[in-house]
Unconditional design. Structure first.
Length: 360
């Protein structure tokens, strides 16, 4: 059975077969090395004598199949930067399955210094690079973590349409499409579909695209975004906040625990998550920002980007938390889908969960 790079850590002394892509090649006369990447990671292949000459002929991104013996590296040659850094494979057989064309840019370095047009024109290649690929592994782990957290709360997963006859809510531009002679829109939110399914299942979740026709050069207003949504029936506001914080923190925590090596690669600290996430009303948050950071936005209807950064700094400093929940935005600000607070109808039972300065 074909092994993986990562599994070789447990197979010292065994003969294995691996398939993957050539990442880097290093030749030293009768000794050559190359890094082979498969779905699990990267491992060093060592070749000697005649096989060293064959390895010297390899190109970056060649697709190969190899057979060899797993060897423990001597202590001075251990590579602590990769998960297979304590082992290597002594090459016994090498087969080139697909020969790669000559690269038009360097794919073997730690960085990928390309202008945006080149980065996207060669996307099928640049996605493979060690600085790009991990981003999508984290995205995958976030989706997996969100599903686990939602199912733990007994939610049923639903799949919602991406073309609708009506716009879902106000305040956002929509993409209009011709739907067999009828006017329709790309859905800007799964909100109404979730609400339709609550009377069916009581608790639901969905991972859905949302489309906003709002030209922007920032990451805060993407034309197409992936939303992770839960909708619950029979919940009071405090319970809803508990569910929000549970799903949010468990999603992030799962991604961080699944790929600690990626966090280390990008210099990202493990998220700090206390047992109780700090909660503030909008006005409380604005008052803290005024006192701690000297900016007076106490009359505003929402937090601006710098406010979100500052209140997260406060939460980390005072509560050891990378998360903070903000509630009770003005009802006029969120009139479409939030309930006025019965004790003060000027403010709504609404919320944002912030993480390291960004509303998530």
């Amino acid at each position: 059975m074909r092994s993986t790079a990562l599994s070789c850590n447990e197979k010292i002394g065994e003969h294995v077969e691996l398939s993957g892509w050539v990442e880097r090649v290093r030749t030293h006369g009768k000794i050559s090395f190359f890094d082979l990447r498969d779905r699990s990671g990267t491992i060093q292949i060592a070749a000697f004598d005649d096989l060293a000459g064959k390895v010297a002929e390899l190109s970056i991104q060649d697709v190969v199949r190899i057979k060899g013996e797993v060897k423990a590296r001597s202590e001075k040659y251990i590579n602590p930067e990769i998960s297979t850094g304590k082992v290597e494979i002594k090459l016994e057989e090498l087969e080139v399955l697909v020969k790669a064309a000559e690269m038009q840019f360097d794919m073997g370095g730690k960085e990928l210094k390309l202008e945006l047009p080149t980065l996207l024109d060669f996307r099928s290649l640049t996605l493979r690079h060690q600085i790009i690929r991990p981003i999508f592994q984290i995205q995958s782990a976030i989706l997996e973590g969100f599903r686990k957290a939602s199912i733990e709360l007994e939610c049923e997963e639903i799949v919602v349409p991406e073309i609708a006859m009506e716009a879902t809510e106000g305040g956002a531009e929509v993409f209009k499409v011709s739907y067999y002679g009828h006017s329709a829109f790309m859905t800007q939110s799964p909100q109404l579909y979730k609400q339709m399914l609550v009377p069916v299942f009581e608790r639901v979740f969905t991972i859905a695209h949302a489309y906003r026709a709002e030209p922007s050069v920032t990451t805060r207003h993407l034309s197409v975004a992936t939303q992770l949504d839960c909708e619950f029936g029979f919940m009071e506001f405090p319970e809803l906040l508990d569910a929000l914080e549970s799903v949010g923190t468990k999603t992030v925590s799962y991604a961080a625990s699944k790929h600690p090596e990626i966090l280390k690669q990008f210099g990202v600290e493990t998220p700090k998550i206390p047992k109780k996430i700090p909660r503030l009303t909008l006005r409380e948050a604005q008052e803290i920002i005024f006192k701690e950071f000297g900016r007076d936005n106490r009359s505003e209807k929402d937090l601006n980007p710098q406010d979100e950064i500052d209140i997260c700094k406060w939460a980390l400093d005072k509560h050891g938390s990378d998360f903070v929940t903000i509630t009770h935005f003005p009802t006029k600000k969120r009139a479409f889908y939030t309930m006025p607070d019965p004790e003060n109808p000027e403010y709504s039972l609404s919320y944002d969960l912030l993480f390291r300065g960004v509303e998530i």
